[in-house]
Design a protein around this ligand. Structure first.
Ligand code: G6P
Length: 755
């Protein structure tokens, strides 16, 4: 049993005394009121008796008063005897002259003048309580009239009423005693109850939290916490703590083995071990890594824009395997064999791309409709309203089924580890597991996961979650997304959550949920110019776009309303407005790749951006300088690399973003560590790249100031910041991401619920 500590006891005692005082005052008042009532009743009795006695005497007194004083006094004497509480009588003439009085009354007869006066003046009975030598005396004065109605005199009856006071005092003492007992009882009960209900559990909780912090205890939070909310929050706290601790441990391990940076070769060896004998690696995503398009009558391969492809192509190149994806290019069928297969990269075959064919209607409903007008805005807090149409949902289910069939066809009788990518394929894990429970299935969600309240609006939310929980491992970029996901499952499905191990047991299957911040590969490994060739390319680009010697800031994005492009343009505008000395000396280049243009919102967005850029350019342009170059096109990797290398600043201003790999691509391209990164606090990358200038894209003033301080930042600070970020991106590269994901997925084999 935990010992009671002094401050806790004092706190409970204070509370106990407060409650007891309130009860004491209330009952004391009631007791006093009760005693007063009784006292009044007793006095009324006394008065009634006095009046009866006066009545009995009135005839004799009236006769006596007709005589002169000595005779009257002698006539009255036998009537004035007293008994018990009656002290006696006094008889007065109307002018206040005392005619006769009992012996006991004579001593205080002169104190009876006020009651006498009152009776004479009103012509009616008068009552007064007087104190004589500490004794309370009730005096009742009764006026006496003769037969003609003339006032003859006043008879006063005096009674000792000290018995009434004594009785009232006795009652008060009695009540006081019970109030004291009640107070002690209340204090004891309150102290005991607060100790058992609050102090002891909270004391244990504090003790457990301290040990969690200092000793890394493995046990669950103490039972019996005073509220449900505390119970669930402490579970989460412990889980986050453990997650943070293991991240910390991982980080320190990485620091210890800094020389062992993950490379393509190291991943290959690791993947072979993690996959085990005879199991192939299959990656499934909607977007394909290489897309064939007809341009000027020729088939051309392009690499689609977007973080998913950037991240996963190097993994497949390192590990080999099959990538199953939608064949969305207009020349895709021409470039593949009869089953939709081809080897990629086109000029350096390393793995198989298996294309899934969808009809135009399927693509419309599944990709444009449900995925990008429904789930995309649902998961991004960019104030875009999601649209859920029943027909789109049907197409989404059909397309997921089509992907599942293709994956199963690829696997045949063999065994495989399947890495499902992103929100377009949420139903795939369960579809695969339903047919082949032996497969190991991981799902990585590349976009943010919203809080449960936001997710609840999706009419098909439970089905999506059910599909996702077919996976053995569900990965997000951030711990926060994992927490929100588990919260959502908790609210929407009948499942068993284990916050200690971050896992969910649903329909007899356990899914682990973990953060894996995705990353990029080193530019040196890619087929992009370096050295003189790169310098040449940069010179050409500068000339082509008339960039001169201006300070160049760059942005590289798919044109999407989540990327904060209007906010970025307005910040440039504000910067030039506030700091006119930079007009003609600062140029912002936005490489914008058109995206999802069959959706009206996306088309409108391009038009809106062009209008804003035009307005700003019109406002400031001089001679052959313009502040914004908005280059709307599909830019190949060489051009992106050249711009990222030449730019003294890169601006990433997402309104909400799972990770944002452009930020990491820029850092990776900064071989000379000269550049400055401006990064939105709402992009997942901001957690790792704390040396960037962090902005809130909605705050135009702050954003413009950030551009200003970036432009003016001293070389030493730029180098120091960029160096730290560069090192972080090199160590936490895409190979490390893939290795950690595969290792964690492999560890889920034969897992037992609750482990
Ligand atoms: C984001 C999504 C990816 C998607 C990419 C490009 O990064 O998470 O799943 O592939 O955008 O978008 P798109 O619609 O062109 O595939």
């Amino acid at each position: 049993m935990a010992r009671i500590r002094r401050p806790q006891l004092a706190r409970s005692l204070r509370l106990g005394f407060l409650i007891a005082a309130i009860i004491g005052v209330a009952t004391g008042f009631l007791a006093w009121h009760q005693v007063e009532q009784e006292r009044r009743t007793d006095l009324d009795d006394v008065n009634r008796r006095a009046q009866a006695l006066a009545q009995q005497l009135s005839a004799a007194v009236g006769n006596a008063l007709a005589l002169p004083d000595p005779a009257a006094s002698a006539a009255l004497r036998p009537h004035l005897d007293s008994y018990r509480t009656l002290l006696g009588y006094a008889v007065f003439r109307p002018d206040g002259h005392l005619v006769a009085a009992s012996e006991a009354v004579q001593d205080f007869a002169d104190r009876l003048a006020p009651v006498l006066l009152r009776a004479v003046y009103l012509g009616a009975d008068a009552v007064r309580l007087i104190r004589f030598q500490g004794t309370p005396i009730e005096a009742v004065a009764v006026p006496l009239k003769n037969q003609r109605g003339l006032l003859q005199g006043v008879l006063v009856v005096a009674q000792d009423v000290s018995f009434i006071d004594d009785r009232a005092t006795g009652r008060l003492v009695q009540f006081g005693f019970w109030i004291l007992i009640l107070t002690l009882l209340t204090v004891t009960l309150v102290v005991g109850a607060t100790w058992l209900t609050y102090e002891r559990p909270l004391h244990k909780l504090a003790d457990w939290m301290r040990r969690l912090r200092t000793e890394n205890v493995g046990e669950a939070p103490p039972p019996g916490l005073p509220s449900e909310m505390l119970v669930s929050e402490t579970g989460r706290l412990a889980a986050s703590f453990r997650a943070a601790r293991s991240t910390g441990q991982r980080l320190s391990q990485v620091a210890m083995h800094a020389e062992q940076v993950w490379t393509r070769d190291r991943l290959r060896v690791h993947a072979i071990a993690a996959l085990g004998e005879g199991r192939q690696l299959i990656v499934v995503s909607n977007r394909e890594p290489y897309m064939h398009q007809m341009r000027d009558g020729k088939v051309q391969a392009i690499v689609p824009a977007g973080g998913l492809v950037t991240a996963l192509d190097p993994v497949l190149q390192a590990c080999g395997g099959v990538w199953v994806a939608h064949g969305a290019g207009d020349a895709d069928r021409q470039a593949a064999d009869g089953s939709g297969r081809l080897m990629v990269p086109p000029d350096d075959a390393r793995y198989t791309l298996r294309r899934v064919w969808l009809t135009r209607e399927e693509e419309q409903g599944y990709y444009y409709g449900f995925s990008n007008e429904g789930i995309w805005p649902l998961c991004h807090l960019a104030h875009e309203r999601p649209v859920f149409r029943a027909l789109d949902w049907e197409a989404y289910r059909q397309a997921n089924l089509r992907f599942a069939e293709t994956v199963l066809d690829e696997i045949g009788d063999g065994s495989a580890v399947v890495l499902v990518q992103d929100y377009q394929l949420a139903l795939l894990p369960r579809l695969l597991k339903a047919v082949r429970p032996d497969l190991q299935v991981g799902l990585f969600w590349h976009i943010p996961w919203p809080n449960p309240e936001a997710f609840r609006i999706c009419p098909y939310g439970a089905e999506l979650l059910t599909g996702m929980l077919g996976a053995d491992l569900v990965g997000f970029h951030l711990q926060q997304h994992c927490n929100s996901f588990l919260d959502t499952v908790d609210r929407m499905l009948e499942s068993r959550l284990d916050w200690d191990h971050f896992s969910v047991e649903f329909k007899g299957h356990v899914s682990r949920v973990r953060p894996f911040p995705i990353s990029v590969q080193d530019w040196a490994e890619r087929k992009v110019p370096a050295g003189e060739e790169l310098e040449q390319q940069i010179a050409e680009l500068k000339q082509e776009h008339n960039l001169g010697n201006a300070f160049i800031a760059v942005g590289v994005d798919r044109i999407d309303y989540t990327k904060g492009l209007p906010e970025r343009f307005r910040a440039v505008d504000r910067f030039l407005e506030k700091y006119p000395q930079y007009r003609g000396r600062f140029t912002f280049v936005e490489l914008g790749a058109p995206s999802r243009t069959h959706i009206r919102r996306y088309r409108d967005h391009i038009a809106q951006l062009e209008t804003i850029a035009d307005e700003i350019n019109w406002k400031y342009q001089t001679g052959d300088w313009q502040p914004i170059h908005f280059l709307v096109a599909h830019h190949d990797v060489r051009a992106v690399h050249a711009f990222l290398t030449m730019a003294s600043m890169c601006i990433v201003s997402s309104l909400h973003d799972g990770m944002n790999l452009v930020a990491k691509e820029y850092v990776a391209a900064q071989a000379t560590r000269e550049g400055v990164l401006i990064l939105s606090e709402f992009a997942g990358a901001a957690r790792e790249l704390a040396d960037a200038i962090i902005i809130n894209p909605y705050d135009t003033e702050q954003f413009a100031e950030a551009i200003h301080s970036g432009v003016e930042m001293k070389a030493a600070e730029r180098h120091a910041r960029m160096d730290r970020m560069h090192q972080a991106v090199q160590e936490h590269n895409i190979y490390r991401w893939a290795a950690t994901f595969l290792t964690t997925l492999a560890a889920t084999r034969n897992q037992v619920p609750g482990t």
